[in-house]
Design a protein around this ligand. Structure first.
Ligand code: DQA
Length: 149
C-alpha cells in the first residue's frame, strides 16, 4: 500500500505578512490571512493538507526548512525579497528532497532588474509567477500531478 503524500508546507518569507498594505498593483489587496484562506480552499478541493509558515527572520526561515524533512510531501515557497539574494535559504533548500514550487504573486520577470534573478530557481521543479493568489492553486495542482507520476 502506498502512503498518501498530501502534506504541503506553504512558506511565506519576508514582508509577506504585510500583504494588504503593500502595492496593490503588484500584490493585490488580500491580506496574508485572506490569501491563506484562498490557498486552503484550493487545497481542500485537491485533497491536500496545508501548513503555513511566515517569518521576517531569515534564520527562522532556514530553521523551519531544516525541520521539514519527513513532515512535508511538497513545499510551496514565496521567499519575498530573499528570493533574489539568500544563498542561506538556497543551501537549506538543497538539503530537502521534497518537490519545490517557487511562487511569486507579481511578475518578477517584468519588474526591476534585481527582481529578475532568483538564486533558488534552478532548485524548483516549477516556478509560478505573476498570477496573483491563483498562482498558489496552480502550484498545488502541480504538486498533485507530480505525486501521481
Ligand atoms: C514577491 C516578489 C519579490 O520581488 C518581493 O520582494 C516580494 C514579493 C512576489 O510575491 O511577487 O516581497 O516574492
Amino acid at each position: 500500500m502506498s502512503a498518501v503524500r498530501n502534506r504541503i508546507e506553504v512558506m511565506h518569507g519576508v514582508n509577506l505578512d504585510q500583504l494588504g498594505r503593500r502595492d496593490a498593483e503588484q500584490y493585490g489587496t488580500l491580506t496574508l490571512e485572506e490569501l491563506e484562506v484562498h490557498i486552503n480552499t484550493a487545497a481542500d478541493e485537491l485533497g491536500l493538507d496545508t501548513r503555513f509558515f511566515q517569518t521576517n527572520h531569515e534564520g527562522e526561515f532556514v530553521e523551519r526548512l531544516h525541520r521539514l524533512e519527513g513532515l512535508a510531501d511538497g513545499l510551496i515557497l514565496n521567499p519575498g525579497a530573499w528570493t533574489h539574494y539568500s544563498y542561506a535559504i538556497r543551501d537549506a533548500l538543497d538539503l530537502l528532497a521534497v518537490p519545490l514550487v517557487e511562487v511569486h504573486l507579481s511578475n518578477v520577470e517584468e519588474r526591476e532588474e534585481w527582481r529578475r534573478h532568483s538564486v533558488l530557481a534552478d532548485l524548483a521543479s516549477r516556478r509560478v509567477i505573476g498570477k496573483g493568489p491563483d498562482g498558489y492553486r496552480e502550484a498545488l495542482e502541480f504538486v498533485v500531478e507530480q505525486r501521481s507520476e
